[in-house]
Every structure is written in C-alpha cells, then in structure tokens.
Design a protein around this ligand. Sequence first.
Ligand SMILES: O=C[C@H](O)[C@@H](O)CC(=O)C(=O)O
Ligand SMILES: [Zn+2]
Length: 281
Amino acid sequence: MSFEMVTRYAHSPKDIEHYNTDELRNEFLMEKLFNPGDILLTYTYNDRMIFGGVTPTTEPLEIKLDKQLGVDYFLQRRELGFFNIGGTGTVTIDGKKDNIVTHDGYYVGMGAKHVVFESDDAANPAKFYVVSTPAHKTYPTKKLPFASALAMPMGDQAHMNKRTIYKYIDASQMDTCQLQMGYTVLEPGNSWNTMPAHTHARRMETYMYFEFSDPDTRVFHFMGEPNASKHIVLEPEQAVVNPSWSIHCGVGTTNYAFIWAMCGENQTYDDMDQVGMHELR
Ligand SMILES: O=C[C@H](O)[C@@H](O)CC(=O)C(=O)O
Ligand SMILES: [Zn+2]
C-alpha cells in the first residue's frame, strides 16, 4: 500500500501566462489517481480542497491525515464526499458498514473519525474518487445513490453537448458546508461540456474525467481566464484543478463523463458568470 499526498499551490492568472505544457500540467493536472492498493491525493491550496483516488484491493484503506493538516484526525474540521467509479465495495464509517455499488456517492459529515474503504473483489476493485473540503459544522452523513441524484438534462445535439448533470451533493437538496459534487454524462455523439463556459469567483472546482467511450479518447480541457485560455489533454481517470478565476470546459474526441466538485461559501449552483462567446480567446 502506498499513500501519497502532493501539494499544489494557488496561482494568480498572471502566473500561468508563460507556462509551457509541462509546467501547466504539473501545476493543475493530477495524472494518476487510481492505483490498486493505493491512496493518491492532491492537496490544492485553492480553498484547501483535498481530492484523489482510494483503490482498495485485499486490504482495507483509510485516509489518515493529522500531522499534515495539524488536526487530531482527517475529518476533524472537514467534510468528505466520495463516488465509486469501480467495482462494488464497502465503506465503514465509525463502525457502521454500508455497501457501495458503482456510481454510488456519499456525503460524510465533519467529525467522522474513521472512514474505511474496502473492495469486494481485489481483481475488480472499487475506485473511490474522494473530495474533502474544510467544514465548520457537522451535517448528517448520507449515502447518495445514483437513482436519487437530481438529474438535469442539458445541451442539444446541434451544439454537440447533450448531457445529463446528476447532482449528488447539492445544497438545494441537503446540508453541506462548502462541498458540492456531481456527475455529468455526455450522450454518444456529443463532446462538449460547459460550453458556453463560465467562471465563479465565489468557488473553485475540480473535474475528474472518466468513462471515455473509447480508450483512445482524449479530452481537451480548457482553463485560464476567458480571454487567455489554455488547454490540457487528459486521459481517462485524470483530474484537473480550476481556480475560481478560471473557465473549466472541455471537448472530447468521443463522449465521456466527469465528476465535478466545488468548494466555496457560494452554494447556489446556478450562480455562475457566463462567458460570452466573443470573450473567449
Ligand atoms: O459550476 C458547475 C460546473 O461547472 C458543472 O456542473 C458543469 C457541468 O457539469 C456541465 O456543464 O456539464
Ligand atoms: Zn463551474
């Protein structure tokens, strides 16, 4: 088992103006999240979000972060969301065990002392995409099955962006301190997400792209200020940090899905600053 957490600093828009491809990728892209038996996390200083992959095989896995965060235990002052993109597994939260099938999500309120992840079959492990954000209050821990996610159909075929946004952790449906999380699925023959683009200075966002309909699919993810966009090419199961001043949208060479997670005091999902097409450069 290996446990890794890398730190990524926050940037101003000016910082990235002269970044070359490797610099941009190194600062904003997390290339490897899911490795059998491992916990691979990134701690971004953008709103102090911690995100990454937990992939248990034969042994249970628990995220243990106390010294790194200066707390007694990981979720002492944090909340946690997770989403299983792999085979079936279980989570045991302070001794209470629950089955987790593919596409099940979960909200774990601040104060949970032990969150233990397991896979049913080491050969087809569960893959838990985890996102944790600072919290100030304990809200109820709850399972968020795919069937109870709030489904929002978006886009159309003519714009190549017909997709469904499944809201899992959504402040209009449940209590959450800062974290919001969902799963967006593009329909076959559709490739654009979040176009027209938007920013929201009031909250940052990470995207984890996966479920590419062809293993050779690549997603060209766009970030940066609207008038100075840059792109990062992603393989499946990679994640990208989007500072609050950055657009976050992408186009795939086929259809795909992604998990978005946001952190900030602003919890109004629709409160976005839409970017006009003429503003993009
Ligand atoms: O602030 C909201 C987020 O960027 C995502 O919800 C956008 C998204 O999933 C989509 O357009 O497909
Ligand atoms: Zn957004």
